[in-house]
Design a binder for this molecule. Sequence first.
Ligand SMILES: [Zn+2]
Length: 299
Amino acid sequence: MAVSIDIEALRDAAGSVACAAADTLRAAGQPAEFVPAGGGASGVIREAGEPAYEVWVGITADGFTAECDCPDGAGLCAHAVALTLVALEDDLPWSSAATPPSVLSIDAKVAELAEVARGIPARRLTMLVAEWAATDRVLESALLARAGRLAPPSAAELDDLRRTIDGLAHDAADDRYWDLHDVEKAGRAMVEEIEVLAQRPATPEALLVVEEAARAWDRIVPPLLDAPETYEEEVAEIGGALRAAHVRLCEQAQPDPDELAARLTEIIEAAEIDSCLDEPWDYLAVLGRQRVKALRQLH
Ligand SMILES: [Zn+2]
């Protein structure tokens, strides 16, 4: 859910010293950029004679929350106020349940399991990972990617993948055996195919295939949206996974931003519902602010 920020209340909470310093930073054009992160905003503040400070702001269950590297970072520092101001100027959509970076970096479950893994002899751990990877294509390709063993997909491989995705979309819409669950299953199968592809070195052609998968999902998803009580989370999860893979490949392949923006426009406009790629902020690093703003105005 999106929420808004009361900037006057925020200024009161930060106090006049921090606010004056924040206004000085903004006058100096700081932060120069910010990125949407975890439902809030993240940016780096650079000042002459000071180290660069990374700062994050967002709205969590505890209300307005800021995390900054600076010595005042435990409270509401000038960097947090300056970042909030620039994000507000750009109409960043604020999630009401944002995740601060400190929580992301120490996922308790991952930390606990990593501690357990450190206690296992390397040979056994290697076999354990290999056994899992042999049964899980996404893990297998992640492993090969980390080892630098994956080549960019060939034209023939991409053609195969296109046919697979077409087939999944077609079967999911086949009215002889039609069932809502088949649509969800087709979506999950598309995600698996795309996540395997996304582990490989990015190419402009691979991007197009992910976009075709997104279009296919946009086409078959509407019946699931009519049953939100059962499928709302699944729809968000599948669309989110397709978009995450697309964003990641875009960041690696760095396509021409105008061409990418034109394709996203077409995909968003072609979708009967909100397209799964319709989260322009996710593409900020590739498209730049102006194109992101233009895409947001399609609504
Ligand atoms: Zn700070």
